[in-house]
Design a protein around this ligand. Structure first.
Ligand code: A3P
Length: 330
């Protein structure tokens, strides 16, 4: 149905080559034809590039700093659009048995779960398209899809607003490695992960295609392109830029209050954004013992603490070969 999903050279979603891609094919039409609203706000990113941070910033700005409302889990306020398409039938079965129903269930994955009257955990894990469809407006939606794989209705000048956050590949890779150990049952070394990352064999790869596709549409009036590094350097400026983009004006005092709410320390200790319950569920499912947290270091350059000169050389060569308009230096 869609060459992009089938063409291994174009998009290989998942470390188990092609497995995720095959899952996406099952949901291709649902994604392509998904109806959007003019007041939707989408946050897009390659995984581990500051998605959660950007989501919380955007939600708080659009909701006039409603910190009481922000106590609701981010996954409910700002769900992950294509999460349903990330699970293979086997993973669906594992999630159903381990996370949703405990070890009692012996059942097969239910491919018609869209018709079920779901509880909120089930909605989050298995019915993400329905969850987004039925959100009250304005809807806030997170996605890791490549631009070319997004719903068609998101791809013109009059589409809803979309904020893309980019991060330097060495930090993204390091963060992704820890995320994979923590949440996806990955048990390889960082060295192996660097190999996988630079050969486009990680979930949502290729990194550079992801970045390039959003970079190319960055000047559209409905798109705002920001960088993790700029958020670290001068968060108030990015808050103001984002506020202007979504049509809100904030006083200096409000910017200060929001800056504090969005600080790493604050978000690390904020249960509504640090995904503790989801991390717990995924660890249970994979039997993971990896000692880390979703909010891990929150730094620019944390790759320096862990990568060997060989790994750095590999990433540097890859960056030099692929870099887009000098966006990220080796
Ligand atoms: P590290 O693993 O390098 O610490 P995503 O939300 O896209 O999965 O990105 C997660 C990364 O963003 C993690 O990076 C996480 O610590 C970092 N992050 C989340 N909130 C942050 C904040 N308030 N300030 C700085 N970094 C933050």
């Amino acid at each position: 149905c869609c060459p992009l999903f089938y063409d291994e050279g174009y998009v290989r979603l998942g470390s188990a080559k092609g497995v995720y891609a095959r899952n996406y094919v099952r949901f291709y039409e649902r994604i392509r034809d998904f109806q959007v609203h003019s007041d939707d706000i989408w946050v897009a990113s390659f995984p581990k590039c500051g998605t959660t941070w950007t989501q919380e910033m955007v939600w708080c700005i659009v909701n006039d700093l409603d910190f009481e409302g922000a106590k609701v889990g981010l996954q409910k306020r700002f769900p992950y659009f294509e999460l349903r398409a990330n699970w293979s039938p086997n993973l669906t079965k594992m999630i159903t048995q381990t996370v949703l129903e405990g070890s009692k269930s012996e059942g097969q994955p239910n491919e018609n779960e869209d018709n079920e009257n779901s509880d909120s955990n089930r909605e989050f894990f298995l019915n993400s398209f329905n969850l987004v469809e039925n959100l009250s407006r304005p809807r806030f939606v997170k996605t890791h899809l490549h631009y070319s794989l997004l719903p068609e209705a998101l791809k013109n000048e009059n589409s809803p607003k979309m904020i893309y956050v980019a991060r330097n590949p060495k930090d993204a890779c390091t963060s992704f490695y820890h995320h994979s150990c923590l949440l996806d049952g990955y048990s390889g070394s960082l060295e192996d992960f660097v190999d996988a990352f630079t050969s486009d064999n990680v979930f949502c790869a290729p990194f550079w295609t992801h970045l390039r596709e959003f970079w190319e549409v960055r000047d559209r009036k409905n798109v705002l392109f920001i960088k993790y590094e700029d958020m670290k350097k001068d968060l108030p400026s990015i808050i103001r830029q984002t506020a202007e983009f979504v049509g809100k004006s904030l006083t200096d005092e409000q910017v200060k209050i929001l800056e504090k709410h969005l600080s790493f320390e604050s978000m690390k200790n904020n249960p509504s954004v640090n995904y503790e319950d989801i991390v717990g569920n995924m660890r249970k499912m994979h039997g993971t013992a990896h000692d880390s947290k979703f909010m891990r270091k929150g730094k620019v350059g944390s790759w320096k603490d862990e990568m060997t000169p060989e790994m750095v050389a590999k990433l540097d060569a890859w960056i030099a070969e692929n870099n887009i308009d000098g966006l990220y230096e080796s």
